[in-house]
Design a protein around this ligand. Structure first.
Ligand code: ATP
Length: 236
């Protein structure tokens, strides 16, 4: 299988604080990789570096074979990103926010409207399409963020705690689109504090602890290994 995301030897310091220490990760098409770790473990920093939003002190990132450091624009054309701080235009309608993102991602013509309607349906936002984004609840905004990241069916999707503050319906909608995208071949990197979400996604897991990947594998493998290791699987 082709590797679509390769992270190799990525290190990052903030001042004297070593947040990431030689992190290696590979993700294949169709794979959902759940990145678990306590508060401050470095998850957001790692995802932001992989997505080209922050720079690493050392190491390299390749997305769909493209070096993300020397070729950030090309690498970003293969990605979908829904960072917590992603901007929604509050006075535009939900349809216009989605349509704008689709066009920014290079989609054109009737395909835009078709895909916007499809994504809204998947996320349970169809009735909100003509409403201004400012009128959405927190959970609905989370769904809109996720919709923006998946519109163009990226090769790699980065979701950083996408369900924080989301209600039950929003959480279910977000998990559904992640599954749909992975089934169609996208790779997904999904940070969360919730092991149950990763079980529902049937994700593989990498555990980040004090800047290092200390365990990785399927949930069953980690649970089996846990009984004979010092890795503590506790995150909330
Ligand atoms: P959480 O689950 O709470 O979101 P995280 O695993 O995503 O945590 P990061 O946000 O990557 O962790 O932060 C890792 C560490 O780096 C934390 O100690 C944080 O305070 C520190 N940090 C993050 N961003 C910066 C920054 N821009 N400047 C200085 N320190 C930072």
């Amino acid at each position: 299988m082709t590797t679509v995301l390769e992270i190799e030897g990525v290190s990052k310091k903030y001042g004297d604080h070593e947040v990431l220490i030689g992190v290696d990760l590979v993700v294949q098409p169709g794979q959902i990789l759940g990145l678990l770790g306590a508060n401050g473990a470095g998850k957001t920093t790692l995802v932001s570096i992989a997505a080209g939003l922050r720079t690493a002190d050392a190491g390299r990132v390749r997305i769909a074979g493209v070096d993300a450091v020397s070729n950030p624009r090309e690498a970003q054309s293969h990605m979908g990103i829904a960072p917590q701080e992603l901007g929604i235009y509050p006075t535009l309608t939900v349809a216009d926010n989605l349509g704008l993102f689709a066009r920014l991602a290079g989609m054109k013509g009737p395909a835009v409207r078709q895909r916007v309607e499809q994504v809204a349906e998947l996320l349970g936002l169809t009735e909100k399409l003509k409403k201004q984004a400012v009128t959405l609840s927190g959970g609905q905004k989370r769904r809109l963020h996720t919709g923006m990241a998946i519109l163009h069916r990226p090769d790699v999707l980065f979701l950083d705690e996408p369900t924080v503050g989301a209600d039950v319906q929003s959480r279910a909608g977000i998990l559904a689109v992640v599954r749909e995208l992975a089934q169609q071949g996208s790779a997904v990197v999904y940070t969360t504090h919730y092991m149950t979400e990763l079980e529902q996604l049937d994700a593989d897991i990498a555990v980040l602890q004090r800047g290092r990947i200390v365990a990785s594998g399927t949930i069953d493998e980690l649970v089996a290994r846990h009984s004979s290791s010092k890795v503590v699987l506790k995150f909330d």
